[in-house]
Structure formats: structure tokens, C-alpha cells
Ligand binder design. Structure first.
Ligand code: 13P
Ligand code: SF4
Length: 317
């Protein structure tokens, strides 16, 4: 069985140092479910993109250490401009954000001038600033449904999420053709083999997966929704089609249940997000110490990017 490689267990001295620095800095450590286990274990809060955005908007801390990828830390800065927001590794990007350059997106929008623009939160501030509404994987269907029937919609940048949302909402969407390098690599063959090894298991999937894999899923949702489903569903076995970092919280929440990660094509380890996994406990300690690398944003851009995020937060109370 394939499992994502985990770094060595952290030393208790290091955990103590991080704890002291966190207090001295009045910092909150936010972590996404795809972070390595040691970071999840030390975080103040773990969540999906929507929950992390809400937390970043409402925290009293002076410093937000965002253990996730750049667009997530950038969203935290857009929502909390007076706070210092640090990302343990500034190179932690996202293939979806990279797949949507602002200039090309502007051209795309100008080709569809009557369309409302809904962008998945996995994009840069420059794309958010060109959008009418932001969504995450947990509220994308509701965000699309919030637009009056008959209004044409552009959806960017994830074509897989867009196709799934279009089906769920019963609405035609014009899609930007981006995809996630992690979720597009799951092997259908490996999934079918796992299903025949564990015929009782429920297949649960993130909507960024390709259509042929989503067609084989019993439940589709954001990372948090997958976690909740695995806790509440009567089944005791799950085949999980998303980044395997989430398995840590699943196993902690329901240790008597079994979870099976699906390998990538040819059994590669590409189901671990190479961007998310750039963050380490050492870099986390270092950024608490130096408050670098910090996210900085042009104020005019921040204000434009804030509007569609605020609209999303208001619509998904
Ligand atoms: P969630 O919002 O479901 O946590 O997804 C974030 C992400 O980057 C998935 O690849
Ligand atoms: Fe981006 Fe995919 Fe990594 Fe999520 S898993 S952060 S969508 S590259």
C-alpha cells in the first residue's frame, strides 16, 4: 500500500521552542489538511479553504502563520491587512493558480463581457480582483446557484471542479481549462484494484479529481466534508481520492475505521502535493522567529480582491 512519506517525528525541544515563539509573537498557526502530520499536530486550527478564510478574518492574533499554499496565505492577508501573515515557504504555490495568468484571464473575460465571473479561491489576488464572486470547493455549488438563472457564468480556474459544479447546480458554465497536478494524477486502474480488494469501502473524492474518477465515487466534497463524511457514515472503510495529508485527521477522528489512499498513475507518489509539502516544522519555527517570509500586497489590488471574497463569506454564513 502506498503512503506519503512523512518526515521524522519532531523533537520535543523544537515543539517547546515553537510554543514559546507562538506566545511571544501572539501568533496563530493555521494549517490546511494537506500539511505534514507534525504541522497539523501543532496547529491552532486545521481546516479547508473556507474555514481557514473565516478563521483568518476573525482571529485576534497579531501574526498569522499560514501553513498551506501561497493563495491561502494571500487570502488571509487580503482579509486581515493589519496583521503580519507569514508562509513557512514562499515557494509553496498551486498548479491551479499558476494555470491562470492575469493577462490571459483578462482576455478571456473580454471575450465573454456579459458573463458573471466566479473564481475558485485557488487563484492569485490578481485573478480574484477580476472576479465577481469567489468560491471554495465546499460552497461552489451554492455560489453558482446564487447567480440568477439565465445569467451566463465564467468559472475559473479548475475545469474538473467546474464540470462537477455545473452538473450539481444544473447550470451551464464556461470553464477556464486549469487543473490540479495532484488530483489529475489519480489512477483509475489503481482505484478499481483497491475497490476489488476492499469491496465494502466507500469511495470519497475531492471535486478537483478527473471525471472518470468522480464517476466512481460514493461521496464528493471539500477536505472538511470528506472528513465529516468519514466520521458520520456507517461504513468502516474508505478509499480516499485526495491528497493523503487528510488521512491523518481521519485516522485520529475514527481510529477504528480504515482508510486507503489511492496512488497516482504508475504508482508514483504524486498524490502528495509538492507545494503543500514544502512547508516543514523547521521552516515554521524559522518564520515565527523572523516573521519572514511575509505576504505583502498592493493596497489597491487588495481592496479589489477583497470584494468578491467578502461577498462569498456573506453568502455562505
Ligand atoms: P479544500 O478547500 O477542499 O480544502 O481544498 C483545497 C485544495 O487546495 C484542494 O486541492
Ligand atoms: Fe493546488 Fe492541487 Fe496542491 Fe491543492 S493539491 S494546493 S489544488 S496543487
Amino acid at each position: 500500500m502506498f503512503a506519503a512519506a512523512q518526515p521524522a517525528a519532531p523533537h520535543s525541544d523544537q515543539l517547546e521552542r515553537i510554543q514559546q515563539l507562538r506566545q511571544q509573537r501572539n501568533a496563530v498557526i493555521l494549517a490546511h489538511y494537506y500539511q505534514e502530520e507534525s504541522i497539523q499536530d501543532i496547529a491552532d486550527f486545521i481546516g479547508d479553504s473556507l474555514e481557514l478564510s473565516r478563521k483568518a478574518a476573525n482571529t485576534d492574533a497579531e501574526v498569522i502563520v499560514f501553513c498551506g499554499v501561497h493563495f491561502m496565505a494571500e487570502t488571509a492577508k487580503i482579509l486581515s491587512p493589519d496583521k503580519t501573515v507569514v508562509l513557512p515557504d514562499l515557494n509553496a504555490g498551486c498548479s491551479l493558480a499558476d494555470a491562470c495568468p492575469p493577462d490571459s484571464f483578462e482576455t478571456f473575460r473580454s471575450q465573454h463581457p456579459d458573463h458573471v465571473v466566479i473564481s475558485y479561491i485557488n487563484c492569485s489576488a490578481a485573478i480574484k480582483a477580476q472576479s465577481d464572486l469567489i468560491c471554495t470547493s465546499s460552497n461552489a455549488v451554492a455560489m453558482v446557484q446564487s447567480i440568477p438563472e439565465g445569467t451566463p457564468i465564467l468559472f475559473a480556474p479548475d475545469r474538473n471542479l467546474g464540470r462537477w459544479v455545473s452538473r450539481q447546480a444544473g447550470r451551464e458554465l464556461t470553464l477556464w481549462q486549469g487543473s490540479c497536478i495532484v488530483h489529475e494524477t489519480f489512477s483509475e486502474q489503481a482505484l478499481l484494484e483497491l475497490k476489488s480488494e476492499h469491496p465494502e469501502a466507500r469511495v470519497i473524492a475531492h471535486p478537483e479529481c478527473e471525471e472518470n474518477l468522480l464517476d466512481l465515487a460514493d461521496f464528493i466534497g471539500s477536505t472538511s466534508k470528506l472528513l465529516h463524511y468519514s466520521q458520520n457514515d456507517a461504513s468502516s472503510s474508505f478509499i480516499v481520492l485526495t491528497e493523503p495529508g487528510i488521512l491523518h485527521q481521519m485516522r485520529k477522528a475514527v481510529p477504528h475505521k480504515s482508510f486507503h489512499a489511492v496512488p497516482g498513475l504508475d504508482g508514483c507518489s504524486c498524490n502528495a502535493c509538492p507545494h503543500m509539502r514544502l512547508n516543514t516544522l523547521d521552516k515554521l519555527e524559522q518564520c515565527l522567529r523572523t516573521l519572514e517570509p511575509a505576504i505583502e500586497l498592493d493596497e489597491a489590488l487588495r481592496q479589489r480582491a477583497l470584494q468578491p471574497i467578502q461577498k462569498m463569506l456573506e453568502l455562505s454564513l
